[in-house]
Design a protein around this ligand. Sequence first.
Ligand code: 13P
Ligand code: SF4
Length: 316
Amino acid sequence: MSKTKTELQAEIRRLAREKNAVIMAHYYVSGDIQDIADFIGDSLALAQQAARTDADIIVLCGVHFMGETAAILCPDKKVLVPDVNATCSLAESCPADEFARFVAEHPDHTVISYVNTTAATKAVTDVVVTSSNARQIVESLPEDTPIIFGPDQNLGAYINSITGRKMLLWNGACHVHARFSVEKIIALKAEHPQAKVLVHPECEGPVVKLADKVGSTAALLKFAIADESTVFIVATESGILHEMQKSCPQKTFIPAPPDDSTCACNECEYMKMVTMEKLYRCLRDEQPVVTVDKDVAAKAIKPIERMLEISARLGL
Ligand code: 13P
Ligand code: SF4
């Protein structure tokens, strides 16, 4: 007989306690998973938390590259993901062999990769960034440094626009963030003229132009908490609305509509593959385990650690 949600929650907490496991969740997974996690955060916070945890097991409720990053940072720990097939369209848009060829064609360039990449792509990277620290890490390099930025062309173009750099961009994108409709956001804004527009930099340029605040999921959440406005239009994956609404119950958060209103396109189907039932089974059976090839991990850890070092130095 299948367990009720309350039974699953109790079993998950019991197993986590008994096995000294820490449950980490990204803001895009469903609200019930966020609520049962020990730690929720954006991509940077999850990597930082993985690097410092003393748990024996890390359960990463998010997409596969997040589990890989934790596994690379914690080779002595068991890193589990509830669904090993929860991939990321942005990471998939940058196959490591093609990216390595692009890098080889520009041997004088410093290679910056967004954390939304496979371990193999990180292995041909000089420094990893997330949307929380991309601007500061780019600016930490001398102004005349030639840079390759991959895989997200929208984030890369945004960083170019605010820093004046001319980074060479890989042409990848996230299918969720690329789908927001400028017209529909303008129409929503006309309905709610007092609303502030919050936009993730993975969105396309015309959507970013409508923003009152551009930032990572954590930065958008922080802004929504601190800002005096009471209505916000949110252009990023809709999972973040759960924590926004929990943190600010008196405020209104409106998910920005995708261009195709026949689908829930502002939901990442990969993030939503993480369910309570899968989390329970993954903790119970201690699988699927995230494994990264040793040689790949030995190369990929360098740009990840470089990101963590620069972020720590800059207080990010
Ligand atoms: P952040 O967690 O850096 O906001 O990035 C969002 C994302 O796309 C994670 O998949
Ligand atoms: Fe990848 Fe986009 Fe899903 Fe984030 S929202 S995990 S970038 S597909």
